[in-house]
Design a protein around this ligand. Sequence first.
Ligand code: GTP
Length: 602
Amino acid sequence: TELSKIRNFSIIAHIDHGKSTLADRLIQRTGGLSEREMSSQVLDNMDIEKERGITIKAQTVRLDYTAKDGQAYILNLMDTPGHVDFAYEVSRSLAACEGALLVVDAAQGVEAQTLANVYQSIEHDHEIVPVINKIDLPAAEPDKVKAEIEDIIGLPADDAVLASAKSGIGIDEILEAIVHKIPPPKGDRDAPLKAMLVDSWYDPYLGVVILIRVIDGVIKKGQSIKFMQAGTQHLVDRVGAFRPKIETLPELGPGEVGFITAQIKEIAQTRVGDTITDVKRPAAEALAGFKEVQPVVFCGLFPVDAADFEKLRESISKLRLNDASFSFEMESSAALGFGFRCGFLGLLHLEIIQERLTREYDLDLITTAPSVVYRLHLRHTKDEAAKTIELHNPADMPDPNRIESIEEPWIEATIYVPDEYLGPILKLCQDRRGIQKNLTYVAGRAQLTYELPLNEVVFDFYDRLKSISRGYASFDYHQIGHREGDLVKMNILVNAEAVDALSMIVHRSQAEARGRHMCERLKDLIPRHLFKIPIQAAIGGKVIARETIAALRKDVTAKCYGGDATRKRKLLEKQKEGKKRMREYGSVSIPQEAFIAALRMG
Ligand code: GTP
């Protein structure tokens, strides 16, 4: 295809502002799907995405559009994942485009996440076309939103397209704006092949499918290609595009977006941002911007029923086939038995995987407290030199005497919130050891910038933020490196024995409050036994909080076993069932629910 007839664009939108609906509408208008096939949203193809209404994996479609000038164009819509956890993937999708539609809800206005993505888009030199969506809503205020786009983002919004993706208003204007405002790609057909790996996923029939954007050169079936970062070579066995149905093509040339398959079995070999080149005539340099993605939040996943361990192993392995960004290794816990220590890109990523395991694979799971990656500087000992280690699991914390210092990851967060909720949000950030960097007001809303330790955010920061602001606050963050902190490991002791699954790393200033909270929770969650059970939170040998579960009185049990035969049998059955769900810990039985509930902060 001629470069001048190609347009590559993405859609930037805050969650729920109508990205998927608009994408579907564009597909429909350009003839990709019939009315009947449109009945379900096409781009969000995973159930969980549909239910939670968020886009997780990027999908891309090629649209054929004959413009009002009579010319036929190919429009490649690159879908981008809509969450901060997937910021790197977003950056690669954006790098594959020349422009973007900025979709803003006419009733909600500009939100923090929109801002973050728009700035990224501007960094990629994109031409941005503002679209004000949902103008059919009675609460729509298109003029106010236009002013916001100009004041807050600094983009001219005079000729923003007013649209309703739901009722089909403004769709033709959007297509024309894509053709006339977004520049065509540049590229050299005669140069050595250079293509960017934008995304990949596992397909049971095709193997690993790789989404690419060709920069220079041509890619064809039968060609030997090389992944410059991974260092591997493959033979291309299929080249094509999604319209959105899969279609095989003879080749992909410069500026084009499409997919290839190359008999690759494992997604781990395909790294987002890698450069694909020709083996015989390789490009001189790889594309800039490649990054190795690293999990930042870790937690243990254990089966509630120990007999499910193998099933958990299989299910996790299967999930990993389609998501190379999450990691797992076997872990054993005295409290929870065998399970896996898993790493995720962020909390939402963690929740998605946990939910898929529960739902798609029908597993009952216990999740231990999420932890970030700490950097520990260790003193030298008689036999070992001083060294720096990364700690993913509080249970692996070395002897405190060995530790010179601990560093924790920090983030810079942007919070965007209506004025009236500002007070409580400032307090929340302050309570979480935040450092305020900036506070500005635009159009009756406050834009806050805070530096925060990531470990204060992974617990329940987002939930708290949402509940304090009744859902109006939006939140976005990126990591800004490690900083030294006064961090300690807090153990929870039940009947004088430490329960490993409940231990966590906390800032010394927060330890007492967290410890007290945890002890109070456990006191309510652990059933009474025939003896008194102390519950303690301790740092090293020092107890910082304590609760006691009183002993059960003998006559209470006696009463339980009285009564008629059926009732007795029923009780026994119930007890047996209850037993299965208990973890014997020393001489104390802790119900499964207690772990889950105790770990839920707030
Ligand atoms: P993510 O996939 O989470 O990023 O959300 P999204 O931005 O793709 O939003 P989606 O298209 O799923 O739309 C969110 C909700 O807004 C849905 O209930 C849509 O039906 C609704 N919606 C989308 N466009 C319009 C519109 O033009 N008018 C009205 N009234 N509702 C719309």
